[in-house]
Design a protein around this ligand. Structure first.
Ligand code: SF4
Ligand code: SF4
Length: 659
């Protein structure tokens, strides 16, 4: 042991002790959350697999090529370099406690990797600085925290190279030929003409500088956005595994529950807190958010950051268990406009490299605003009322539900239960004139394919999707249970629907209440019928077609191929993709109950999406969702292109082409 031992041990103990104390506080704040996080441990093999792919393999990070490669190098570089740093710690405590015991080739390999990665990480950090200060992508924003980390990490790498360079000149270690970068660096340093002893001393000084920066890093991480270095791995392991996602139901029969939704951060779950800790503030969610991109006050990145700051502001109350004194979640940062701007498109969640779940938080806050405080956009009042009285967001009688099929001899389940599939019409297909035509085309196709089908007619009620997304869970459950009772009474096994919102609710959300059905979206069903040769589109379309991905079909249910395969089956249809397509597609603006709300802030989302469609010069904008149909049709009209561009459902295109 040397004097260095006695200096290093107390400094390291102080740094790690303080860091540990900070982590303990973060953990206690996480534990103070009272909401339910669901089962985050089941399906261990899938969790290990997602961890390997996305943490070790950095798969999600690499979705963005250049910054992804940069992050990959920094991630693996730091992992490898930390082994070398650990050796510096142990040799400072005891000179002989190096890692050479692993043997010559292994130790040389370790030194080689350390050496190469020091330069690799330095170059990656230079690129990060170039991106942050020169390219300045909007999503990154300005961050003092990020600048501090850039300065610290670049100093770490420079100190390693200087330490190794002087060390080679001063000590000439036996493994120096395994360190090509440091050797080249030492040749430059040799130009200083210093003595061997001076070089050895300088090597030691830079070793200390390096170690002190590492210890500073340990102290700084818990209070910086680089907390993600620790939190993102567990967050990835504990993520929601399936893209097909239903919302968590509320048990209204539980009399111990006196509050619904999230009024305070502590009403959210520990997983939500882990989400805040994991956020890298990369801005990828914001870049894809249709609300942000049309100048609404919502940005998913700032939502996470603001919730984290709300939690930090309430730290004392959280740690003291004073839940009642925690301030309200909706404040001057997370305003009501922020909460109502969300279309529930989940573009943010698809983009997030650390699997943060933004939408659950928004729904929970909406639930509280709606069910506990009756705070919601005034225009939604009539939607709730219609759903309560007419079982539809529109003010039409349920007696008129089957009017769309007048003259088509479509049977109801009450009339004929000997069917292949139940056609779930949905409210838009029942009452909206444009979408009634879509249903007629789809029913016509089913008849051409000789499929035995029936509808529920006046027994069908709204699935409850709009009520649920807006936050009225009670109304949703009332409608859902009534529908499930009807479907189960008729022993329905198989359902097809032309509405992705109905599809998602019937398939993913009704099972919570005993509704288990084999549900198809009509794009899947038509693709299947074409594949089986039961539908044969032969008439030429002779048009350029662009397809708009519905969020509830694509991002919510991972269905991208079938609607495209249907379009490609049309003779002389020429498909072109919009600039944003598949899981990067822009929302039409109707989801999350936005269909029923005024859009007074910023540019209209449907117009922005329509502009992307028009930029393809397609003659047909194909849709597979009644709400997208409405939004895109309005957009085309607003852009004055109604006479040149047709907005059509894929069922209409196939029906026209099928004799
Ligand atoms: S779900 Fe869509 S609208 Fe809502 S925050 Fe995420 S990206 Fe924005
Ligand atoms: S929520 Fe995810 S995508 Fe958005 S800034 Fe944070 S880490 Fe990036």
């Amino acid at each position: 042991m040397t004097w260095q031992t006695f200096v290093f041990i107390p400094i390291a103990a102080l740094a790690f002790g303080y860091s540990g104390y900070r982590f303990k506080i973060l953990f206690r704040m996480m534990k103070a959350h009272q909401g339910k996080a669901g089962d985050r441990l089941k399906d261990v093999p899938a969790r290990i697999s997602t961890f390997m792919a996305n943490v070790l393999g950095q798969k999600a990070v690499l979705q963005k090529r250049a910054p992804g490669i940069m992050h990959f190098i920094i991630f693996w570089g730091f992992l490898i370099i930390s082994v070398g740093t650990l050796e510096q710690f142990t040799t400072t405590i005891h000179q002989a406690a190096n890692f050479e015991f692993i043997g010559d080739p292994a130790y040389r390999a370790l030194m080689f990797l350390n050496d190469i990665m020091s330069l690799g990480v330095l170059l990656a950090i230079i690129y990060a600085a170039y991106r942050r200060f020169v390219l300045r992508p909007e999503g990154l924003g300005k961050s003092v925290d990020a600048n501090i980390i850039l300065a610290m990490t670049s100093s770490l790498m420079v100190s390693i190279l200087l330490m190794n360079g002087f060390h080679i000149l001063g000590v000439q270690p036996w493994f120096q030929d395994a360190m090509p970068i440091s050797r080249a660096f030492s040749e430059v340093l040799a130009g200083l003409g210093l003595s061997q002893d001076t070089n050895a001393i300088l090597g030691g000084i830079f070793k200390w500088i390096h170690m002190l920066i590492v210890l500073g890093f340990a102290v700084y991480i818990p209070s910086s956005k680089h907390l993600h270095l620790v939190a993102a791995g567990p967050n990835t392991y504990l993520r929601t595994l399936s893209r097909e996602k239903g919302m968590t139901p509320i048990n209204f029969e539980d009399e111990t529950v006196t509050q619904y939704g999230a009024a305070k951060v502590t009403d959210l779950s520990w997983k939500d807190a882990l989400d805040y800790y994991s956020c890298t503030e990369c801005g990828r969610c914001q870049d894809l958010c249709p609300a942000h991109n049309t100048q609404k006050p919502l940005t998913p990145k700032m939502l996470i950051v603001d919730l984290k700051h709300n939690m930090y502001r309430n730290k004392a109350n959280l740690l003291a268990g004073k839940h009642d004194e925690v301030s309200h979640i909706v404040d001057e940062n997370v305003t009501e406009d922020v909460i109502w701007a969300c279309t529930s498109c989940r573009a943010c969640e698809i983009a997030c490299p650390v699997f943060i779940e933004h939408t659950n938080k928004i729904y929970d806050i909406r639930r509280n605003l709606v069910m506990m405080e009756s705070r919601f956009p005034t225009e939604v009042q009539s939607v709730f009322k219609n759903m309560e009285t007419n079982a539809s967001p529109w003010a039409f009688s349920s007696e008129d539900r089957a009017k769309w099929a007048d003259g088509m001899s479509v049977k109801t389940m009450a009339e004929d239960q000997n069917i292949d599939v139940l056609l779930w019409v949905g409210c838009a297909g029942s009452y909206d004139e444009r979408n009634m035509k879509v249903l007629r085309s789809f029913a016509s196709l089913l008849k051409k394919a000789e499929i035995k089908f029936a509808i529920l007619g006046k027994e069908e009620q709204c699935t409850g999707d709009p009520a649920r997304r807006i936050g009225n869970e009670y109304l949703y459950q009332t409608l859902a249970k009534a529908n499930i009772e009807t479907l189960n009474r008729y022993n329905v096994k198989r359902i097809v629907t032309a509405c992705p919102h109905c599809y998602n609710t019937l398939k993913n959300e009704y099972k919570e209440f005993g509704g288990n059905y084999d549900v198809f979206h009509h794009s899947q069903y038509i693709a299947k019928l074409i594949g089986e040769g039961r539908i044969k589109p032969t008439k030429s379309l002779d048009a350029t077609v662009t397809f708009h991905d519905s969020c509830y079909l694509g991002r919510w249910n991972n269905i991208y191929g079938e609607p495209r395969s249907v379009i490609q089956a049309l003779p002389a249809a020429r498909m072109v993709e919009m600039s944003q397509n598949h899981d990067q597609a822009m929302c039409c603006g109707a989801g999350g109950g936005r269909m029923w709300m005024e859009e007074t802030l910023g540019k209209r989302i449907n117009v922005a999406r329509t502009e992307q469609a028009l930029a393809t010069n397609a003659e047909v904008v194909a849709s597979s969702c009644p709400f997208c149909m409405t939004m895109l049709s309005d957009g085309v009209t607003e852009k004055g292109m109604k006479d040149k561009v047709r907005v059509m459902d894929i069922a209409e295109l196939v029906d026209q082409s099928t004799p």
